[in-house]
Design a protein around this ligand. Structure first.
Ligand SMILES: Nc1ncnc2c1ncn2[C@@H]1O[C@H](COP(=O)(O)OP(=O)(O)OP(=O)(O)O)[C@@H](O)[C@H]1O
Length: 252
């Protein structure tokens, strides 16, 4: 089970200065187990901030974050990493460049645990990593002993995705994770994402600016505008939506 609840989330930054800005306004949202949400909104709408509130890198000014009824609001980002995995837009984030692909994968299998001398056990895991990467695009399976800093952006992003999901997270957050990739690489990572989210029955939020992808992938679409949810649809109501319908929500 993986149920995410956001209760009355408000986020204001630079409080008391003339830079004060209210980013998220009274967000109430419940994600049911297995919901795969595509999250849309104009630049600056607050999408990344919302993910930051969920992953714990930013504390809300008020409100609560609950995962499976456990109140995480005051839990650190490190503690939440045990349950919540994220892939960012920048392929350089989320992987260690001076370690090999296999070493990065080993760290990912231990997500949320204390890090000790675990790298010694690398050999034992190589067959598993070979198998895990053999189905992936970008020839990552031939790069297991390559330093991550020497991978292409597409390979590195595929690795980031595998690291986020190799140990099943309760919640997967994707912040425009294919936006920096060429069209073909982006497509194969999106297809892989869809496949893994369905197979592992993950609860997932994926930020995208591609309207077609927002409707094609997932089971639920949410639009954020000036820090508020202005559309939240799933099921038949969502099936009826066209890209043009969605565009209306972007009009000023
Ligand atoms: N720590 C901060 N200090 C000041 N302003 C911030 C901070 N974090 C976010 N903002 C501002 O809050 C607004 C929302 O930012 P956020 O990154 O969440 O938007 P977004 O919807 O993800 O946008 P994009 O589509 O451009 O990635 C923006 O105007 C941003 O500049």
């Amino acid at each position: 089970m993986s149920k995410l609840e956001l209760k009355n989330i408000n986020t204001t930054v630079n409080v008391g200065t003339n830079e004060e800005k209210r980013i998220l306004k009274d967000i109430n949202l419940t994600l049911d187990d297995g919901d795969f949400v595509t999250l849309l909104g104009t630049n600056g709408a607050g999408k990344s901030t919302l993910l930051n509130i969920i992953n714990g890198s930013l504390k809300p000014t008020s409100g609560e974050v609950l995962l499976d009824d456990e109140n995480l609001t005051n839990e650190s980002e490190v503690k939440r990493a045990k349950y919540i995995a994220q892939v960012f837009q920048d392929p350089k984030m989320g992987t260690a460049p001076r370690m090999t692909v296999a070493e990065n994968l080993l760290l990912a299998t231990k997500r949320g645990q204390r890090r000790g001398l675990r790298l010694r056990k690398l050999d034992k895991h190589m067959p598993e990593f070979s198998r895990e990467t053999s189905q992936l695009p970008n020839g990552l399976n031939e790069r297991l002993n390559t330093f991550v800093g020497n991978l292409s952006g597409g390979q590195r992003q595929t690795l980031s995705f595998l690291m986020a999901t190799i140990k099943r997270p309760k919640l997967l957050l994707l912040d425009e994770h294919t936006a920096a990739l060429d069209p073909n690489t982006s497509r194969s990572l999106l297809e892989l994402t869809d496949d893994v989210v369905k197979k592992q029955k993950l609860t997932c939020i994926m930020i995208t600016h591609q309207l077609a992808d927002a409707l094609k992938y997932g089971n639920r679409t949410i639009i954020l505008n000036s820090g508020q949810i202005i559309l939240d649809v799933k099921g038949k109501e969502r099936d009826k939506l066209s890209e043009d319908d969605i565009l209306q929500y972007f009009a000023d």
